[in-house]
Design a protein around this ligand. Sequence first.
Ligand code: IPD
Ligand code: CA
Ligand code: CA
Length: 256
Amino acid sequence: MKRMEIAIRAAKEAGIFLKENKDSISGLKYKGSHTNPVTNMDVDAQKIIVNMIKIYFPSDVILAEEEIGKNKSNKNMWIIDPLDGTVNYIHRSSIYTVSIAYMGEKALELGVVFAPELNELFYAKNKEGAYLNESKVHVSDKSDISLALVETGFSYKHREREKFIPIFSEILQHVQDVRVTGSAALELCYVACGRADGYWEYSLSPWDLAAGVLIAKEAGAIISTPSGEKLDIFKGDILAIAPSLYQEFIELINRR
Ligand code: IPD
Ligand code: CA
Ligand code: CA
């Protein structure tokens, strides 16, 4: 079995588990503050994924959100968010995903994002393009920022939220509209398939970003930090956007 097949199989199995058990969520707790919930579903979905990976690739390193090996080896490592969009999930929204990536020696090699209730599987391999179910996807060719639909998200930390308001307000005045979908992985996939023209957010974790970043990049998005530096998924500030909007968007963000 190849890593891509395992990633897809694990994402689907965990996603279906989440979907089928949405009405019996248990063990609701908060990590730090009430803005950052976790449930037994997050933990159990992660077990499904990790157990499957361990069967086929027992010596691979795993970095997963719910307390499995806070490993920062940066290489030959699976990066897993078993449930991206927990706030949506506990509010019974159908917008949430399973996100699985594999980082090789030098770069992200594969990324899979599965939205079980939308029945959408996004995936990409390095240098091989990005797909939604069976179809190849590409970022939008939008060049007029006033017609752009962009995605963002708010940090769990209230202080960070406050700092974000001026930037948010600046962007809001120049684009067609802004969406806050609630799953960073899915927002990156929406950029990949042109449903959104761009996405930016701050203070994310590697498991929010890894798979979606590769999918967006393979679909043709420009990826950087919001201030235009090289993205480091371990630092967590991201901009992913259609190429012809990149420069103008960066300038708007950095006015604030
Ligand atoms: C969250 C989602 C959300 C983003 C948060 C993330 P979680 O992940 O990706 O869109 O705004 O910052 O932490 O906690 O639901 O896995
Ligand atoms: Ca997440
Ligand atoms: Ca999560």
